[in-house]
Design a protein around this ligand. Structure first.
Ligand code: SF4
Length: 305
């Protein structure tokens, strides 16, 4: 583990594995859980059709199905990872849809079901910034007194005109407000951004690094824009590919390196790329695994030192 840490620190970014190592002191793996939630951008509360890029199946692991109970999904996740690392501990990652979008009693029951497994050390809860109330934050703060809790907000972009274009149904001000209200309760926050959204220039994208750096986030997840099957964005792309500028691997590496140079140095980076099943990717088809991309990026960061 120490060699990994040295390598990633020397690569000039703060890898999220270092955060986990410092926080827990044991090997920790996130297990994705489908808590059976939906999303206000899909049930008509905000909109019916969701964000233009959204196909939830593209980012849900095979072991994680909404038909199985939360405890069964966690048991399956532990069986999946535990073969290789029997002493591993886990965080339940409520990943699919908006995982704070239900009455408080329902939220409490589902989070507690995950925490009932003795190998689960805490929760990571992904949600929309407009989907968090004071009462929900109080519930999370109560849980955070006895276990680890992190909230992951889908910020996606700091540019309101892009948020409108991709039908997110919230503003960047709402992201800022949600993040600050969460951190003030001593709950760490991870922000999620998509780099390369339609209409954003390179300079717009790099400005996100400045805007995120001003927020009290602990961690950041970056994804390249990837167009998935069965989405409004896929239909728009198929109709007019020339209206999209999809980044090549080399362009994205240079962009991320510049982005990191502008980002606050203490922010932990959890990932750089998304990796949907190949049959769900319309474009761009890089064919790279996460670790392969990280190796290429690390080489570029070293070259720039
Ligand atoms: S990306 Fe998230 S917020 Fe947008 S429609 Fe899909 S589940 Fe809802």
């Amino acid at each position: 583990m120490e060699a990994v840490t040295d390598r990633k620190q020397s690569a000039m970014y703060n890898d999220f594995s270092i955060f986990l190592q410092r926080r827990f002191g044991v090997k920790v793996q996130k297990i994705s859980v489908n808590g059976g939630f939906t999303c206000p951008n899909r049930d008509g509360t905000k909109a019916w059709h969701g964000c233009t890029y959204c196909n939830n199946a593209a980012f849900s692991p095979a072991y994680c199905g909404s038909e199985a109970s939360i405890s069964a999904q966690i048991d399956a996740g532990i069986r999946f990872f535990g073969h290789k690392y029997p002493d591993m501990h886990y965080l339940a990652y409520f990943q699919s849809y908006s995982n704070t979008y239900a009455p408080l009693d329902t939220l409490r029951r589902r989070y507690e079901e995950a925490l009932a497994n003795g190998k689960v050390l805490g929760l990571v809860i992904a949600t929309r910034p407009d989907c968090i109330s004071e009462a929900t934050l109080d519930l999370l703060a109560g849980l955070a007194e006895r276990c680890f809790v992190m909230v992951e907000y889908g910020v996606e972009t700091t540019n309101d005109s892009t948020l409108q274009r991709i039908n997110r149904g919230h503003t960047f001000a709402e992201s800022r407000q949600a993040i600050c209200s969460t951190v003030v309760r001593n709950i760490p926050v991870c922000a999620h951004l998509i780099l390369g959204l339609p209409g954003e220039s390179r300079s717009d994208i790099l400005n996100h690094a400045d805007a995120i750096s001003q927020l009290p986030v602990t961690a950041l997840k970056l994804h390249q824009l990837q167009i998935h099957t069965d989405t409004a964005m896929a239909a728009a792309y198929t109709a007019n590919p020339a209206s999209f500028h999809l980044l090549t691997v080399d362009e994205y590496i240079a962009l991320v390196a510049d982005f990191l140079a502008r980002l606050r140095k203490d922010i932990y980076i959890e990932r750089f790329v998304s990796q949907a099943p190949p049959e769900m990717v319309v474009a761009p088809k890089w064919g790279l695994k996460n670790h392969e991309f990280t190796a290429l990026l690390t080489r570029e960061l070293r070259r720039r030192r």
